[in-house]
Design a binder for this molecule. Structure first.
Ligand code: NAI
Ligand code: UGA
Length: 439
């Protein structure tokens, strides 16, 4: 099938590459010429395990192309995926300007039947807006051309995006016309060979399903984070509690890890957008309001622990930070806890040396020349003469450090463990002061 993907970010690029991997002819469009230049020259603008390989092989096979030419992109695919960003607007609602611009571009140029597929995370009612935007453009040039608008939200996780896309738990398709449904079934047939993973529903339910999934996962995390704070006060261990409740199949083990707050491009923004949708519809979402509030507070829990140990004024103190990305296996720092933490420490007069396996370039972009912050490309060098190590992201390489060396390099053997990577008893036995979350 000939497919156009509009927006070549995390979702668009992975979608395009994975669809090409299944033998489709894919053209990826982006308005960012730099991104397209990198891709055309054989580079990959984001860090995502396995993505470079499938891009390279599908480009070599002639099935995957990149362009900034909108005319070419609209003419190319019968399926037109919209995978552009939907950042929060000032009031927290999803900003649909990029989605609607993409829709207008399609309406202005299409000359034959198209299936327009909303892959971006968009509030309920957006497919109607996309349909209307296309209709308006068609009528402006007196064109009568049939088209379908389908909702196909994406559930991939950064860091395992290719795997998630190639082996999805479910494929949600919201559609209300046969032509659109038939195309979506054909498109996704290769991804569900062993059993039917397609969950077919109406468009509005599909749009809400995406927010419901992210909001549910964020709720689990905030719930565990609050329980962790309680566990600390009551002398219980949240890790044991997690294992105790996760064994109940009605609860399950996933997404119950307490830590220093969730970040990323989606949980914070989608929770906000769903709260806003609720307000607009006259339905207050109290649980979600608390989820957001709890997470904002959780991002400051490490600072609070540090101040409790070293005092409110951190002038003259120096800290080592392991982990800048919002989670492992990505260089993405959107809404990362590291940003809040490092901002807090610098504001209190401390100096910080930070290390991340892949997010250095992004950190340079985010922090610029922030005074007092040094980004160091060595997991051990960053520790030298620090008053404490602060672990913010659960990268695998942080799990089993050489604790003897770590102790020698630090000025004082203090570890703030924002992701509960280490066993408290083991660290204590090695002579460390260990400050985990909820243990
Ligand atoms: N990042 C993730 O893990 C996931 C994101 N999503 C959703 O997918 C959507 C896209 O997210 P990301 O890929 O992370 O965003 P991104 O910011 O990485 O990529 C969006 C791309 O769209 C391009 N763009 C904007 N307007 C355009 C236009 N009119 N024509 C062509 N290209 C245009 C931008 O230049 C950018 O490269 C969002 O709605 C997000 O909530 C859904 C699931 C997972
Ligand atoms: O809509 C999206 O963009 C995506 O958002 C999340 O994916 P992602 O943001 O890539 O990352 P997650 O693995 O979900 O982690 C999000 C944050 O939660 C934190 N987290 C996760 C799990 C946990 O138990 N505890 C916890 O604090 C992580 O450290 C991270 O900061 C969802 O997991 C995806 O299904 C969804 O498609």
């Amino acid at each position: 099938m000939k497919i156009t993907v509009v927006g070549t970010g995390y979702v668009g690029l992975v979608t395009g590459a994975c669809l090409a991997e299944m033998g489709n002819d894919v053209l990826c469009l982006d308005v960012n010429p730099e991104k397209i230049r990198v891709l055309q020259e054989g580079g990959v603008p984001i860090h995502e395990p396995g993505l470079d390989k499938i891009i390279a092989s599908n480009v070599a096979a002639g099935r995957l192309h990149f362009t900034t030419d909108i005319d070419q992109a609209v003419a190319f695919g019968t399926a037109q995926f919209i995978a552009v960003g939907t950042p929060p607007d000032e009031d927290g609602s999803a900003d649909l300007q990029y989605v609607l611009e993409a829709a207008k571009n399609i309406g202005r140029r299409m000359n034959e039947y198209k299936v327009v597929i909303d892959k971006s995370t968009v509030p309920v009612g957006t497919a109607d807006k996309v349909r209307a935007a296309i209709a308006e453009e068609l009528s402006a040039r007196c064109a009568v051309i049939d088209y379908s608008v389908v909702s196909n939200p994406e559930f991939l996780k950064e860091g395992s995006a290719v795997d998630d896309f190639m082996k999805p738990d479910r494929i949600v398709v919201g559609a209300d016309d046969e032509r659109g449904i038939t195309l979506m079934k054909a498109l996704y047939a290769p991804f569900q060979r062993n059993h039917d993973k397609l969950v077919l529903m109406d468009v509005r339910s599909a749009e809400l399903t995406k927010y419901a999934a992210n909001a549910m996962l964020a709720t689990r995390i905030s719930f565990m984070n609050e329980l962790a704070l309680l566990a600390e006060k009551l002398g219980a261990d949240i890790e044991l509690v997690r294992r105790g409740i996760g064994s109940d199949p009605r609860i399950g083990y996933h997404f119950l890890y307490a830590g220093c707050g969730y970040g990323g491009s989606c949980f914070p923004k989608d929770v906000k957008a769903l709260i806003r949708s609720g307000e607009e519809a006259g339905q207050t979402l109290r649980v979600l309001q608390s989820v957001e509030e709890a997470n904002d507070a959780q991002k400051r829990v490490l600072t609070e622990k540090i101040c409790k140990r070293f005092g409110e004024d951190l002038k003259g103190r120096h800290f080592a930070v392991w982990g800048l990305a919002f989670k492992p296996n990505t260089d993405d720092m959107r809404e990362a806890t590291s940003r809040v933490l490092i901002g807090d420490l610098l504001a209190r007069g401390a100096t910080v040396a930070a290390y991340d396996p892949v997010a250095h370039e992004e950190a340079h972009r985010v922090f610029g020349d922030a005074q007092g912050l040094e980004l160091i490309r060595s997991q051990t060098d960053v520790l030298r003469k620090a008053d404490a190590l602060i672990v913010v992201t659960e990268w695998k390489e942080f799990r089993c450090p050489d604790f003897v060396e770590l102790k020698q390099l630090l000025r004082t053997p203090v570890v703030f463990d924002g992701r509960n990577l280490y066993e408290p008893s083991e660290l204590r036995a090695l002579g460390f002061e260990h400050y985990p979350i909820g243990r």
